[in-house]
Structure formats: C-alpha cells, structure tokens
Design a protein around this ligand. Structure first.
Ligand code: NOJ
Length: 573
C-alpha cells in the first residue's frame, strides 16, 4: 500500500484529519423538557464535545441523524420538507445558531441526506399519487400490477418487512418503497428529481454546512427492467469472500433472515447508474470549498462498496465498510476484514471507520460475552482511533453506554414493534445520552421518549469526566494522541503477523518519518509479540491498561490479557 499523504491544501481535507461524532438528535439533550432532544439542547452541549481545551472530548465534526420535518414513521428518515427543521427539534434559526456555535468551536457539521425515499406525506409524493397524469407522477416508481389478479410487479422485498410494492387504490398502480410503505422511493432516472435534490444540497451547503452522510446511497437507481431478485444464496462470481465467515453468528443470522428478506438484492440496489448520481453530487460538493460526503453503502462485497469512490475518485469522499462492525471477537477476523477493505480500496480512497451507529446494537454490548464488554470497548476505541481513515464515534460510546433492553411496550422503532421478540429493533442503541445519574440522566426533566439506561453512577459523563481511568478519559486521550501523531493521521496501514500470536491484532501505521505499531490482545492470556524485523528500542506511548508503565521496551513485547498498546517504533532500527 503506497503511503498516503495529505494534500497540500490542508483545509480542503479537514475531514481526513477529523474525528467525527454521530448525534442522534432525539436522544442527545432535551432543552424544553418534552422528552425529545432538540437543537437548543445540542448547542448547550457543544462545549462537552470540543471547547478548545483538553477538558473536552476533542472531536472535530458532528454527523447529525436527520432533524428535518418528518412524521417520524422511521424517526426522521422519512422527510416531508428537506429544507426545514422539524418543530420537535427547533427552527431554522436554531439550526443557524447551532452551525455558528459549532463552527466557533472548530466543529464541522455534516447532515444526513435521505433521498433514496421521501415521506409518503412529502408534497412531491402527494402530487405524484394524486393522478396518473400529474406532472410529478414519474418522480416516484409506479408500476401496474401483474396479470388479472394485479399482483406486485416483481418479487422485491423491503429491508424491513414484506413486499417493496404498495397498491394505490386511487390510481390503481403500485409504488415502490425499499423501506416502510410510508417511505416511497424516488425515481432517480427522472432529471427533475436530480435537480430538486441538487437544490436541497445547495440549500444546506450554501447555508454553511460542511457535508452530508448519504443514507442508503446504493439504493438510488433500480434495474430498468425490474427483474426479479434471485434467492439470497446466488451471488456473483469474483466476490472477494475471504472469510466472510468471520462474521458474528448474529450477523450471519441477520443476513439470512433479513437481507433484504431472503433474497439477494441484485436488481433493486447497487445498479451502475447510481454512480452517475454520485458524480453529480460530487460536482456540487466540489463547487464549494472544503465539503465532504460519507456514504452508507451496505454490502459485504468490499470491491463493490469501494466502487462508490468512483474510478477517478469522483464520487464519495469517504465510505464505511460495515462488515467491520459484524466481525467475531477474533483478532484474525478483524485483521482479515481490514485487509479486505484496504485491498479493495482504490488508490487515494479515504476510508471511514465505525463500530456503532443508530442501526446497530452498541458494540460494547455486541461483544459483551462473559461480561467482557467494558474491556473490549476500550480495545475497540483504540482500534477505531488508530486505523487508517476517519473514525466515527457514536454518541455515548465514549462513556461506555450500553444497549438498553426494552420491553415490547417501550419500543418505538417499527422494526422492533413488528418483529419482537425475534428482533427488538433499533431503540436499544438510541436511548438518551447519559450525562449524570439524576432521574433522567441529565437528558431531560421529564420522561424521555425512550427509557434511560442503567448504571448511571458509572456510565455517565459526570462519573467519568474526572476519572483518569474511565472510558471517557481513554477516548479523549486517544483523540489527542491521534492528532499529535502524523503516522496515525496520514500513514499507511499494514498488518503485522510475523512473530505475533493469532490472538493478537497488530498493525503498522507509517509515514516517512514515523513508524507506529498498534498491538491488541484479543485473548484472556498474556501474549508476546515479537515481530522479528523490529529490533532495537521502542517506546510504549499508550496502553488500555491503566497500570501499564509507558516505557522504553525491547521486543518481545508482552501484552496483558485484553490489553492494547500503541508503540512508537521510530527509534527502532
Ligand atoms: C438507513 C438508516 O441508517 C436507517 O436508520 C433508516 O431506517 C434507513 N436508512 C431508511 O432510511
């Protein structure tokens, strides 16, 4: 892998050096005590994220899940007005203040662009469904029923439940929705749609936002012939499947059950025409200074996911590879997954890394087998903040917030409501931010929309901010370290396997001047790492073990059970 260097115009590439923090606005801070988080609440907490001193967490950018006008069938991912703020969260004036206050603290602001679909109450769709000859009819995907019984046009299924087609009684046609029936898919072959969404992008970039996360961007264009999807086990040849079996059992089960429901989405996602849409978006981004985008491109095929950077690096600025969040707790599984991602990335493509978000079981709970979640959460943060690419921290991850187990009558997410108890949905990772150990965790003065988690005397900002051994202190220190080490910011990645036990995940991050090794012991046993080529003295500059002396060492390096270290090898010959 060639060395990656940051381009000369540093400001344009702030997103390569930034640590991102994802805020789920409903759950961060409630300022008017209606139990739902809001923009004013977020403003009041910006200093926590970065006040310019080493007291704060020190993140550089926020990705906000949507707070636009929405009936919230899918909690903001179903939008009725892309250019206004939902009154639950505030007003456009509040947003402008949020943006200004964030920028004053050098925090960049990235919004969620949810344009595979709109809400079924969006004026565009209301018009579209009003009659077959409405000017906006073709803005969505309408098809006749099949045969005398007017069956759905094909076998496509939603990501949530059932057929992706819903019959419209009034106009006697089906419309397509890849998610809820309240989220009709836009027709991305219609140039007016592209223009209208382009206007939305201009609206926010012009207002000063720094970029977008693109919701399910691999779904935009559909097969023009609307062919049936094959069964889930049919896959294209040539897929780089190196040990997809490294997935957790749960990830595999989810795959079988729901991806999208027992079929391989060959024709309703990942169509080549979507690349042209992304190129057009990129063109808009590039017409401004220093904007960025990060894709939510779902898929296990690393090459396919990587293709969304564009052959000429003219599509996404950054992209996640979610298989990383699906790995078993095995050093080799993590290593192989990162290698697969690195191997398939085009030259100069800049990865985005994450372990948790508003759709996933919080990583600390996902890996909590045998009560080891806390220890592993420390290792995960070490890995996240030392991998090549931009790290995305999910709110609460920095204070070891756990997934909250909710009873059926507490669920809000339609996925959980429908599938309980087989699947509890996504509410468990969306519970209120835990600021302190008061009644509602400092999130609100009245009952929040979802219950708060437990162990607040341990898992809260107040409990951790002044404890040097807390998860918060660890994350803050790692962020600080990352920014101070060019090798972590811009260095190449390479795995180290020679002399390293299969239970350890070790890798090098290198620039011409600096060589950093990260070593993570995934096991319960003490392990030695003795990469033969690295002789001479080195210095441990960080460990997840509070007791570890930061010392000059000679190899072999001894790692305590479940310990992760950062080692400066620049002094080794
Ligand atoms: C992906 C989002 O992350 C998820 O929360 C949402 O339900 C779907 N897209 C539909 O917008």
């Amino acid at each position: 892998m060639p060395l990656q260097t940051l381009e000369s115009d540093k400001d344009n590439y702030w997103w390569k050096k930034a640590v991102f923090y994802q805020i789920y606005p409903r759950s961060f801070q409630d300022s008017n005590f209606d139990g739902v988080g809001d923009l004013k609440g977020i403003i009041s907490r910006l200093d926590y994220l970065n006040d310019g001193t080493t007291n704060s967490l020190g993140v550089d950018a926020i990705w906000f899940s949507p707070f636009f006008k929405s009936p919230e069938f899918d909690y903001g991912y179903d939008i009725v007005d892309y250019c206004d703020i939902d009154p639950r969260y505030g007003t456009l004036a509040d947003f402008d203040r949020l943006l200004e206050e964030a920028h004053r603290r050098n925090i960049m602001v990235v919004l969620d662009l949810v344009v595979n679909h709109t809400s079924y109450l969006h004026p565009w769709f209301l018009e579209s469904r009003s009659s077959r000859d409405n000017a906006k009819r073709d803005w969505y995907v309408w098809k006749d029923g099949k045969g005398r019984k007017r069956k759905p046009p094909n076998n496509w299924r939603t990501h949530f439940f059932g057929s992706a087609w819903t019959w419209d009684e009034k106009t006697q046609q089906y419309y397509l929705h890849s998610f809820l029936k309240e989220q009709p898919d836009l027709n991305w072959y219609n140039p007016e749609v592209r223009e209208a969404v382009g206007d939305v992008i201009h609206f926010w970039l012009g207002r000063g936002v720094d970029g977008f996360r693109l919701d399910v961007a691999h779904h935009y264009c559909k097969d023009r012939q609307f062919r049936n999807n094959p069964p889930f086990f049919i896959r294209d040849r040539g897929l780089d499947k190196t040990r997809l079996s490294d997935r957790t059992l749960m990830a595999n089960i989810m795959k079988l059950l729901a991806l999208p429901t027992m079929q391989y989405g060959k024709y309703n996602q990942h169509q080549p025409e979507t690349h042209q849409v992304l190129k057009e978006f990129r063109h808009i981004f590039d017409s401004y200074q220093a904007k960025t985008s990060v894709g939510e491109i779902l898929g296990d095929d690393a090459a396919l996911v990587a293709s969304y950077y564009g052959e000429k690096n003219d599509e996404l600025h950054m992209n996640f590879y979610f298989e990383l969040a699906n790995c078993r707790w095995k050093a080799g599984a993590f290593r192989r997954c990162i290698e697969r991602w690195e191997r398939n990335l085009p030259e100069n493509a800049w990865p985005a890394q994450t372990f948790s978000n508003h759709d996933l079981v919080r990583a600390i709970s996902r890996y909590d087998h045998g009560g080891n979640g806390d220890k592993r959460a420390r290792l995960l943060m070490l890995i996240l903040l030392t991998l090549r690419g931009t790290p995305f921290i999910y709110y609460g991850e920095e204070i070891a917030m756990k997934e909250v187990k909710l009873a059926k009558n507490q669920l809000k997410d339609p996925v959980g409501v429908k599938w309980y108890p087989v699947h509890r949905g996504r509410d468990g990772c969306r519970t209120p931010m835990q600021w302190d150990d008061s009644n509602y965790a400092g999130f609100s003065n009245s009952a929040p929309w979802l219950p708060v988690g437990s162990e607040l005397s341990r898992r809260s900002v107040a409990a951790q901010q002044n404890d040097p051994n807390s998860q918060f202190s660890l994350v803050r220190e790692l962020i600080r370290l990352r920014k101070s080490l060019p090798a972590l910011l811009e260095g190449s990645y390479s795995s180290v396997t020679e002399g390293v036990s299969a239970d350890c995940f070790c890798y090098l991050r290198e620039t011409d001047q600096q060589k950093i090794m990260v070593c993570v012991n995934f096991s319960f046993r003490r392990q030695n790492a003795d990469p033969g080529s690295l002789n001479g003295e080195s210095r441990i500059i960080f460990s997840t073990e509070p007791e570890r002396e930061l010392e000059i060492i000679n190899f072999p390096l001894t790692l305590e059970p479940g310990e992760g270290c950062i080692i400066d090898l620049s002094m080794a010959k």
